[in-house]
Design a protein around this ligand. Structure first.
Ligand SMILES: [Zn+2]
Length: 412
């Protein structure tokens, strides 16, 4: 019998996929989950981690990140900002299109300890130029020549081990004043359909109406930044009700992803959506260079915000593990602590703290429990933890407040 490498002892283990929600131990052997149960033997274990008073969860899955470091302006180093914050699988959302995907594999996926999967951008250049979608910067949809469903399909097939979907950003400012939005949307829908993979749409300041997006998304497609409060928000700004087309999409099985980012999360919008029963299927950060020092910070912080808004703990863990794993059809490989799975495990502390945290337009809400990643294992190997430099970061809060006037929904 092979020797146990780690016993993570005495934590509160929550593994929604396996209906585990109890104080117990997790044993890791040869990079795999060897056992989950009470009083597992520690004699002979190479190392023991004392998880008493902490939460033990499947390795977190962040469905919305940007990890093409140094090549794209938004790219961050996955091991510092994802693995170091408890995320064992980070899904890149369209940093690379078909022209620059080989580099993404070579320079991001291969050297990273974090497991990286990717939505392939419908534009050949991905996010090689530009940054956010609400400014004057050029974007990936400025010319129809940049867009090809055929080439996207070809590249996705060549990289089917890591490409799990197609991404399109629908915003007028990055699509020649909106002229190319409908064409790009059509190409992205065609590519995703041909591949039988989900399409993820970013939809803000867009000429595409909600009746078409999320209205024309298929079951399993993913609508990200679901709680943004700018033009194209899911909430009707005059009635302050969630748009019918959105609720209809939700009931059809369209997946709603948080995608916090620098503009994707507005407490007021979230509260209205939650009241209408529109919870996110996936909690995600949209980690990139403009969000990693706030207002998103990292995955446990975004989870803390959702819990503060009333999301039950177990649901928040589900939406950060098996929920996103299933959304990308990886539920049979990641997102649980099932025996025999690769040992991706996260330990979170939760300080009962009186503090306030910002959304993306500088609105504040009280956080009762602040989740912080204390330890992480990726395929049984312990990762190195990192922390935000400044937390909370007043500079980012002020930046958010400066953008608040562009929001169509906000606190009165
Ligand atoms: Zn993004």
């Amino acid at each position: 019998m092979s020797k146990t490498d780690w016993v993570i002892q005495g934590g509160h283990v929550i593994d929604p996929a396996n209906d585990v929600d109890t104080r117990c131990d997790v044993a890791i052997t040869n990079g795999k989950i060897a056992a989950v149960g009470e009083n597992l033997p520690v004699e002979g274990a190479a190392q023991v981690f004392d998880a008493r008073g902490k939460l033990v969860t499947p390795g977190l899955v962040d469905l919305h990140t940007h990890t093409y470091d140094r090549v794209t302006p938004l790219g961050i180093d996955a091991d510092s900002f994802c693995l170091g914050r408890g995320v064992t699988t980070a899904v890149d959302t369209g940093s690379a299109g078909f022209d620059i995907f080989p580099g993404y594999r070579r320079f991001a996926v291969e050297p990273s300890k974090t497991r990286l999967l990717a939505f392939l951008n419908i534009s050949r250049i991905g996010l090689a130029v530009g940054r956010s979608t609400d400014g004057d910067e050029p974007g990936e949809l400025e010319a129809m020549k940049l867009i090809s469903s055929e080439k996207c399909v070809e590249c996705a097939r060549e990289n089917e081990d890591i490409v799990i979907g197609v991404k399109v950003r629908l915003s007028a400012s990055i699509a020649d004043n909106g002229k190319n939005e409908a064409g790009a949307y059509r190409h992205s829908q065609e590519a995703a359909e041909t591949l039988s993979l989900p399409l993820m749409t970013h939809h803000s300041f867009s000429t595409i109406p909600l009746e078409a997006c999320p209205g024309h998304l298929r079951k399993g497609d993913i609508y990200t930044h679901c709680y943004h409060g700018f033009d194209s928000t899911v909430v009707d700004s005059s009635s302050r009700q969630v748009h019918d087309a959105v609720l209809e999409a939700k009931s059809r099985g369209v997946i709603f992803d948080l995608g916090h980012g620098m503009g994707g999360f507005n407490y007021r919008v979230a509260e209205i959506c939650i009241e209408a029963g529109l919870w996110p299927d996936a909690i995600s950060t949209d980690m990139h260079t403009l969000t990693c020092d706030g207002p998103a910070y990292d995955m446990p912080t975004v989870m803390s915000k959702m819990i503060a808004l009333g999301m039950p703990l177990k649901d928040a863990i589900r939406a950060s593990t098996i929920g996103p794993a299933e959304a990308i059809a990886w539920g049979d490989r990641i997102g649980t602590l099932g025996v025999g799975r690769e040992a991706d495990v996260t330990v979170l502390s939760f300080d009962e703290k009186e503090m306030e945290l910002e959304d993306t337009i500088g609105q504040m809400r009280k956080i009762d429990r602040l989740f912080v990643a204390e330890a992480v294992w990726r395929a049984g190997e312990r990762g190195e933890m990192t922390r935000p430099d400044i937390f909370p970061n007043q500079v980012q809060i002020d930046k958010g407040r400066a953008a608040a006037e562009k929001a169509v929904l906000r606190d009165d």
